[in-house]
Ligand binder design. Structure first.
Ligand code: ATR
Length: 270
């Protein structure tokens, strides 16, 4: 059996083992996928331990995605753009680092939610690791405009300055500066839902038929409550993104694309 694991801290609530077990059953791949809690100061030693035991790769979650980026001996282009790694492949003593988060988000929006991003006005809320991880793939989906809004506006500006040049118009602003603007897609990539805090967003932010997307899942966040109050009809949580980023990692490791719709549906009903 080829072995993989998700490394995080905490990691006990991770759904990744369930998701990868479903992918393995579906595709007939002989893999084992576990979870490993690394000590906060022990990520590098934990990875070395997995390599020594013959593991083939690992997913990396909070708070180790930046350390994984530094540890990798080789990086994919999308990992380099994101400045973070969520998928490690152990090969010939080296560590290949990839990032499947952004592609997971974009695939969830385009394929599962059947919502096109091309030519749309997209608002990305947040300028931390989660936002940075999805910026590149969002820009590659050819929106007309991508606006990054963040409480600390200088972080949003720095993030926009680091992005690869694209055709899309790229803006960075504060939450206050959003008054009077309207967007077709609004993505919450802040961690404000974790502390149940409401973002200071103005009314009227959503164009007709807009999509509101919260990258969190598993609970109704204040952002979702706000979108309902604003009358938004299309509201999505991050469960689809979670499954899609896992499917892309599975593809990186096994070169097989699992069916995600059945796994998303099973997780929703469980
Ligand atoms: P993550 O990896 O989840 O992105 P992070 O790198 O710590 O975590 O970034 C957290 C993001 O959520 C930041 O954009 C942060 O805004 P600041 O850069 O101004 O700190 C944002 N955030 C968290 N709580 C927030 C709140 N209550 N209101 C507004 N923004 C918040």
């Amino acid at each position: 059996m080829d072995r993989y694991a998700v490394i995080g801290h905490p990691v006990e609530h991770s759904k990744s083992p369930l998701i990868h077990a479903a992918f393995a059953r579906q595709t007939g791949q002989q893999i084992e996928y576990g979870k490993v809690q690394a000590p906060l100061d022990g990520f590098v030693a934990t990875v070395a331990g997995l390599q020594a035991q013959g593991y083939c790769g690992a997913n990396v979650t909070v708070p180790f995605k930046f350390e994984a980026y530094s540890l990798a001996t080789e990086l994919s282009e999308r990992a380099r753009d994101a400045g973070a790694v969520n998928t490690l492949s152990f090969k010939n003593g080296g560590i290949h680092g990839d990032n499947t988060d952004g592609v997971g988000l974009v695939r969830d929006i385009l394929q599962n939610l059947e919502f096109s991003l091309a030519g749309k006005r997209v608002l990305l809320l947040g300028a931390g690791g989660a936002a940075e991880g999805v910026l590149g793939p969002l820009l590659q989906a050819s929106p007309a405009l991508l606006c990054i809004a963040n409480r600390s506006v200088e972080k949003a500006k720095a993030m926009a300055a680091r992005a690869r040049p694209v055709d899309a118009e790229l803006e960075a602003c504060s939450f206050d500066a959003l008054a009077g603007k309207a967007f077709d897609v609004v993505i919450n990539a802040t961690s404000s839902g974790l502390s149940n805090e409401r973002l200071p967003l103005p009314s009227g932010l959503f164009a007709a038929d807009a999509l509101a997307y919260d990258m969190m899942y598993g609970r109704e966040t204040p952002f979702m409550q706000y979108t309902r109050e604003e009358g938004v009809q299309k509201i999505a949580d991050g469960l689809g993104m979670l499954v899609e980023q896992a499917a892309e990692a599975f593809y990186v490791w096994r070169q097989i694309r699992p069916d995600t719709a059945s796994v998303i549906a099973a997780l929703r009903t469980s």
